[in-house]
Design a protein around this ligand. Structure first.
Ligand code: G1P
Length: 289
């Protein structure tokens, strides 16, 4: 029997140095794409996959992330008094069930694997999702829902994957692939950020995972990998052979919002996907090309 997927971990402790000065006093996950912060896209995507419990791995200077999902009493009272229906509607996605969101602090920046290990008490013995808010996916079916559906088919671990140019393998976790039906691919090995010459394929992991709790035991050993960090990819690699492990070629377009150009492209793509903005954006775009 597969345990249902109900938990999501969201690592948000990064310093966001690539977006300074914007991220000096504002968490990078609070930067908006159009009018919604990155963290809210991630929470809404998780919710659309049936996830009910959320754990943000935070750090110093990240309190706005917690505030964002709390009731803003004065604001809501003022909006109600002024009958600002649209504005009240805009706040709906920020409401979470009481007690459904917790935070854990990653006191030291020892890598993504270490961040996930910090959520071990929240994860317990359950399967869990990971969403990296920097990776934003525009798709018909939310990317995490596609992963949850794949998990219900295959059981075990499932990661979202996409082909990247070979010269970019050193930016991502890369798969060594087995049986491949064009959609689901069996994972035979995983390498974090290999040089193009050493990469076992050009199939890369994006920031969407469904993992089994056993990964925590491997991460707990705190073995250092690429960049001298505790790598999630290395912990996941230890599961291969003991549990099903698949990559899912998701439907949709991924934007790397940790990168300036990726972030700008996401603004345009998400604005064009919005019925209230598409025409106006389409009208000005030719001026800049
Ligand atoms: C992390 C993971 C990497 C994955 C990537 C997806 O890298 O370590 O395996 O491919 O996210 O965005 P980071 O972007 O934190 O360097």
């Amino acid at each position: 029997m597969k345990k249902p997927l109900r938990k999501a971990v969201l690592p948000v402790a990064g310093l966001g140095t690539r977006f300074l000065p914007a991220t000096k006093a504002v968490a990078k996950e609070m930067l908006p794409v159009v009018d919604k912060p990155l963290i809210q896209y991630a929470i809404e995507e998780a919710r659309a996959a049936g996830i009910e419990q959320f754990c943000m791995i935070t750090g110093r200077g990240k309190t706005a992330l917690v505030e964002h999902f709390d009731i803003a009493f004065e604001l809501e009272a003022t909006l109600r008094q002024r009958n600002r229906v649209e504005a009240m509607e805009a706040l709906k996605g920020t409401m979470v069930e009481p007690g459904s969101m917790v935070t854990v602090r990653q006191q030291v920046p020892h890598g993504l694997g270490h961040a996930i290990w910090c959520a071990r008490a929240f994860i317990g013995d359950d399967p869990f999702a990971i969403l990296l808010p920097d990776d934003l996916v525009l798709s018909d079916t939310p990317c995490m829902k596609q992963l949850a559906d794949a998990y219900n088919e295959t059981g075990g671990n499932v990661v979202a994957v996409v082909e990247v140019p070979r010269e970019h393998t050193n930016r991502y976790g890369i798969l060594k692939t087995g049986a491949d039906d064009g959609r689901l691919v069996e994972v035979q090995g995983l390498v974090e950020k290999p040089a193009p010459a050493d990469a076992p394929s050009n199939l890369s992991i994006i920031g969407r995972y469904v993992l089994m709790p056993e990964v925590i035991g491997h991460l707990a050993k705190m073995e250092r990998g690429a960049g001298n960090e505790v790598q999630l990819t290395d912990g996941m690699a230890k599961l291969i052979g003991n549990q099903p492990f698949h990559g899912l070629r998701y439907e949709g377009t991924r934007f790397d919002c940790g990168d300036k150009v990726g972030f700008l492209e996401a603004q345009i793509a998400f604005a064009l996907a919005r019925p209230d903005l598409a025409a106006a954006v389409r009208a000005f775009l030719p001026k800049y090309s």
